[in-house]
Design a protein around this ligand. Structure first.
Ligand SMILES: [Zn+2]
Length: 71
């Protein structure tokens, strides 16, 4: 499942493993790769991997800001 990092905290998620249900803000963050801006989310109850999100937007904004500053 792909997680939208912009609004995942207010979205409802469910775990296929243990039937846990809750908001994205309750999920555990499994792994954060700063290099690729990938965040993995897991169930706070059983640790099952639920989804991951990629913050491409942030990367593009930083690049655009950089160019603007250089000009
Ligand atoms: Zn679970």
């Amino acid at each position: 499942m792909k997680v939208n990092l912009q609004n995942y905290q207010n979205q409802n998620f469910s775990c296929p493993q243990c039937d846990w249900q809750g908001k994205g803000s309750e999920l555990d963050i499994e792994n954060l790769s700063e290099e690729h801006f990938i965040v993995d989310f897991e169930c706070p109850k059983c640790g099952e991997h639920i989804g991951s999100g990629q913050s491409k937007m942030k990367d593009e904004e930083q690049t655009t800001d950089g160019y603007n500053l250089n000009i």
